[in-house]
Ligand binder design. Structure first.
Ligand SMILES: Nc1nc2c(ncn2[C@@H]2O[C@H](COP(=O)(O)OP(=O)(O)OP(=O)(O)O)[C@@H](O)[C@H]2O)c(=O)[nH]1
Ligand SMILES: [Mg+2]
Length: 287
């Protein structure tokens, strides 16, 4: 069995955390800030049962900028290409999402309801949640999980395989994602930026790797953080460069983990007004 599985839902419900947990390696970045994932990230899981190709998608939202239109285009493509949809909710979230329900219904594909973060609530409340969602859509399965703690992940993998068409693997077994190295390294750095900034900054920050040079003993990486205004740059840089220093040292550790080598990271902050509406910057930073 082999096929495509789209991970859909609002922002912050834990789609990327789930992907990494199932892949048992970091493929997508994770943060507690909204709209962390900006394009679909492929995770290819090969087992003796076959191959699951996950599309980890941006969170579903109303787009107000070109960047966000592109993010929703990614969602729609995944919806279109998927054999199976995993619709994620956070067990603690209050209301059901009629708009997303109607999108899912239109797609006319098998959908699992994945209730994530069950580590946050007791059993009774989780059962209430399952009950309240039961009739929302003709779910093929309703699976309560904790992506963070690893609860029910084997079960859900087993269920996924049951719904994938029979057929050969699409990719060689050693292939596990298809993002470019530059993009992935940029994401590792952006994750650290997201850890340190608040408010509107997560939305208005993007990142570009300008140069990577392997100098033998050490890898030199130069990257630029783009923000939209001077005030934002001031925040990212911090008092006497304090914040950018902290971001830089955490990002360097992440890159050293990736290269298994010492890294010299040169980080700059550049103001690019309105980059979220610039096709060129979007292409350069999400490519
Ligand atoms: N308590 C708890 N927190 C979780 C769980 N799974 C994810 N989280 C947290 O939820 C936050 C959002 O996780 P992400 O994986 O980035 O969420 P996402 O759905 O990919 O978000 P977008 O990319 O913005 O759409 C992070 O702070 C995670 O650590 C879980 O099972 N339990
Ligand atoms: Mg994500």
């Amino acid at each position: 069995h082999s096929g495509y599985v789209a991970l859909l839902g609002r922002t912050n419900v834990g789609k990327s955390t789930f992907l990494n947990a199932l892949m048992q390696t970091k493929v997508a970045i994770v943060s507690d800030k909204p709209q962390t994932t900006r394009k679909k990230i492929l995770g290819i899981k090969t087992t003796e049962r076959g191959q699951i190709i996950f599309f980890d998608c941006p969170g579903i939202h109303k787009p107000h900028f070109r960047l966000n239109e592109l993010m929703m285009k990614e969602v729609n493509e995944a919806l279109h290409d998927a054999d199976l949809i995993l619709y994620f909710i956070d067990v603690g979230d209050a209301k059901q999402d009629e708009f997303i329900f109607s999108q899912l219904q239109k797609a006319a594909k098998p959908v699992f309801l994945v209730i994530n973060k069950i580590d946050k609530l007791n059993k009774a409340r989780i059962l209430e949640k399952i009950q309240s969602y039961r009739d929302g859509l003709p779910w093929k399965e309703i699976v309560p999980i904790s992506a963070r703690k690893g609860d029910n992940l084997e079960l859900i993998e087993e269920l996924i395989f049951q719904y994938l068409p029979e057929g050969e693997n699409f990719y060689p077994a050693e292939e596990y994602t298809l993002q470019s190295e530059n993009f992935f390294l940029g994401e590792l750095i952006r994750e650290k930026v997201l850890n340190f900034v608040e408010d509107e900054l997560p939305f208005t920050t993007t990142l570009k790797i300008e140069e990577i040079k392997d100098r033998g003993e050490i890898v030199y990486v130069r990257a630029e953080i783009f923000v939209e205004t001077r005030a934002q740059k001031k925040i990212v840089v911090g008092k006497q460069g304090n914040l950018i220093k902290q971001i830089g040292s955490q990002a360097r550790l992440a890159l050293e983990g990736y290269f298994a080598k010492k890294v010299f990271l040169d980080l700059f902050v550049k103001i690019v007004p309105g980059w979220r509406n610039s096709p060129q910057i979007i292409r350069e930073t999400l490519g």
